[in-house]
Every structure is written in C-alpha cells, then in structure tokens.
Design a protein around this ligand. Sequence first.
Ligand code: BGC
Length: 246
Amino acid sequence: MTTAFGIDIGGTGIKGAPVDVATGKLTAPRVKLPTPRPATPDAVAAAVRELVAGSGWTGPAGATFPGVVVGGTVRTAANMDPAWISVNARELLGAATGLPLTVLNDADAAGIAEMTFGAGAGQRGTVLMITLGTGIGSALFYDGVLIPNTEFGHIEIGGKDAEKRASELAREEHDLSWGKWAGRVDAFLDRMEDMLSPELIIIGGGISRKWEKFVPRLSLRARVVPAALFNDAGIVGAAMAGSRAG
Ligand code: BGC
C-alpha cells in the first residue's frame, strides 16, 4: 500500500489524514485544527507542524493552499494573509514538518482527487471542477490532464469579482435565498461554459452536500454533478501529489 499524508489548508480549518493513494481512502480519521488568525505563514506552518506531529506521520506529504502556487511558491492569497505572497510554501512547510512535501492549489488538489476516484473518474474531454466555499476555486482538465492555477473564481461578473457574488461565503454573508444565490452561480457557470464548453462540471466545497438546493436550478448545457468526495477531496488530492513527488 502506498500511503501519503494529505493536508488541506483552508480559510477556516486545516485538515489532515494519511491516504491510501491507490484507493483514495483515508487510512486514519482526519484531524482538524482551526486556521490561526491572522493566517500568516509562520502561524499556519506551526499549526501544520502540530497536526502532522500529532499524527506521528513520517512519510511523504502534500499540502493544499487556497491561492496560486507555482513551483512551491505562493503567488496569490485572496483569502489568506498577504504575507504569503512570494513565500516558498514547499520549503516553509517542509521545514516545519521535517517531511518531503509538495504544495498545490486547493481546487487543483480537489479536482485531481475527483478525476481519479470521484465524479470525474474516466471522463475524457474538458472537465471543469468548481469549488464553492470561502472563495471560488477552479480546476480545468482535458482528457484527465490538469491545467493548474486557473483562478476562474476571479473573473468579473457585472463588474465584480465572481467569488464575491457567488461563493458560499457570499450566500451566507448576504443572507441570499437559494434561488437568488443559484442565479448568481448560474451566471458565473454560464460564462465559464461560453469560454470553455466543458462536457462535465463538478461542483465541490462543503456546499456540494446540499447540491439539490441549487444544482436543479442551473441552466447549463454541460452535465453538472456534485463532487463525490465532498470535503475529503483536498486531503486526497494533496496526498496524491505528495506521493508522486516524494
Ligand atoms: C483563490 C483560489 C482558491 C479559491 C478556493 C480563491 O480566492 O484565489 O486560488 O482555489 O479561492 O479556495
């Protein structure tokens, strides 16, 4: 069994678990710590160290980050402390944990997991995964191959950053009805569809558990399905990336 430790760094929580990367199953219950505030690099690294040390893990690891990550270096941090920008997260978190570690964008990680073990398994052609949470994340695949760091959540709709209008956080903060919010998600996905013509759109993030409240209200040509791994997709994708690099 090839196992790697997956760490999912989010705006509210940092979750981790060892994963059997051949099956995508967690081999121990996941552990969660609150994301420190402010979510500075050193504070987050200390939380990641605590999480990994508590698990007793000593093999390869992968971590997600909610921003653009190129070659281990963070390029954007819309919902994290701006001090992250230009930080080499791979080195920082690798040194904090003492593990060989890979870092990748959170939506890309979730997408990799869904394409292998979940809603996109075996799907050819263009697949778009969108995560609706604190922000809007995106992962684009063609014949199963990822084009990383797409950042579609930041396209402008009606002059506003799409994630400010249509994320799960926007729904909560503006107390939007399911119908109103679904309309905003639809407008966003409609633009995505105009640009990319995906055959399949996978909706992830915690809200995908309530998909029947909004997915039936969407009016898209593509098939739209909820993520199958729900909130574990980031952990599983991080572990897969970690096992490949490690
Ligand atoms: C970030 C993305 C991230 C998404 C979901 C956006 O604000 O720019 O990189 O994938 O939030 O966390």
